[in-house]
Design a protein around this ligand. Structure first.
Ligand SMILES: Nc1ncnc2c1ncn2[C@@H]1O[C@H](COP(=O)(O)OP(=O)(O)O)[C@@H](O)[C@H]1O
Ligand SMILES: [Mg+2]
Length: 311
């Protein structure tokens, strides 16, 4: 029996594989995007971890999320143990889904409107106080994230060739959250527990804050941008851990901004979170080790639940 890692970007696999190997957890990757699923087949026993990314389409894997939907439905229909399963895939693929769920849990989120199609964008933007942010509903790695300081600027963008159409047709227009200091915080939750938080420096004005080494734009670029955050109010990650448990999210990174007037505003839930290697090297409890131990525990539970002789 083993752990199956379901994803579409092989570049993100080596650190995961190393962590699973270090913990002695048997594993295999399933790269989804194209393939055949026979609905009469019975899935193998094991633990399945979906890491299907909301930005998979930007790596040429147009149907990876749909393929994953079908595979996760199949696994869940057979009662298999799936970490970040069908429901979590929907959260990953829709920031609107994340924001309404966070809000329903009493967590402060930016005021946001979701606009399907391009026609009503101008009218919806005209009703937004400036500055505001536009972003793709199905995002990740800063897709379509822009700040507008005037309505004219947005109208110009909308009419220009530079307009980036969102892959699911939905653009979010969002209240701009002014940070008290130029950084955002990301809190990592694994198996219902808070592992650590990092800050990402936003002073350059960039909205592309992916911590994975594979996202680095130049040597050292990522390393200097991220730092471990020691002074986090423990009530913040405790709320995220609670939210994750209630939504069946095994592994996720929650991003938030603190404002000068005391708001803690959560705006992104990453369920295919990548960990920065430089941070992992100095963290007292590296997140990937926690992931490997968590998956190993689930695997042992699955093994124990099977009749003798079945593996
Ligand atoms: N409402 C907002 N107010 C201020 N900054 C924002 C807001 N939304 C996003 N940002 C900035 O843009 C970055 C990317 O936005 P995010 O929603 O996390 O998209 P992605 O999923 O692509 O990472 C954030 O980390 C933050 O620095
Ligand atoms: Mg983000």
């Amino acid at each position: 029996m083993q752990v199956y890692v379901i994803h579409e970007n092989p570049d993100w696999y080596p650190p995961i594989e190393a962590a699973l190997r270090a913990e002695g957890v048997p594993h295999e990757q399933w790269l989804l995007g194209e393939g055949t699923l026979s609905l009469d087949d019975v899935p193998p026993h094991g633990v399945f971890w979906s890491r299907m990314s909301a930005s998979s389409h930007t790596r040429g894997h147009m149907f990876a999320k749909d393929h994953t939907r079908a595979v996760l439905c199949w696994l869940e229909a057979h009662g298999r143990r799936v970490v970040n399963g069908r429901r979590v895939l929907e959260l990953e693929m829709s920031k609107a889904d994340q924001l309404v769920a966070l809000r329903a849990a009493g967590i402060d989120v930016p005021r946001t409107v979701a606009v399907a199609g391009r026609q009503q964008l101008a009218a919806a933007a005209a009703a937004m106080p400036v500055p505001f942010i536009s972003k793709h509903n199905q995002g990740g790695k800063g897709l379509g994230v822009r700040r507008f300081d005037s309505h004219a600027e947005f109208t110009g963008y909308l009419a220009s060739d530079g307009f980036e159409p969102p892959v699911d047709g939905i653009t979010l227009l969002q209240e701009y959250i002014p940070a008290a200091a130029p950084f955002i915080t990301r809190a990592e939750i694994v198996g219902g527990e808070f592992v650590y938080a990092i800050t990402a420096d936003t002073s350059s004005g960039s909205f592309e804050l992916c911590p994975a080494e594979a996202c680095a734009t130049g040597p050292g670029a990522v390393r200097e941008m991220f730092a471990l955050r020691e002074d986090i109010d423990p009530r913040i990650p405790a709320r995220y851990a609670d939210f994750a448990r209630r939504h069946g999210i095994g592994i996720a990174g929650f991003e938030f901004i603190e404002t000068a007037d005391g708001r803690v505003v959560t705006y992104d839930v990453n369920t295919t979170t990548n960990y920065n290697p430089a941070i992992e090297a100095i963290a007292p409890r590296p997140a990937l080790g926690q992931v490997a131990r968590y998956l190993g525990r689930l695997l042992a539970e699955e093994q124990a639940g099977l009749p003798v002789g079945v593996s």
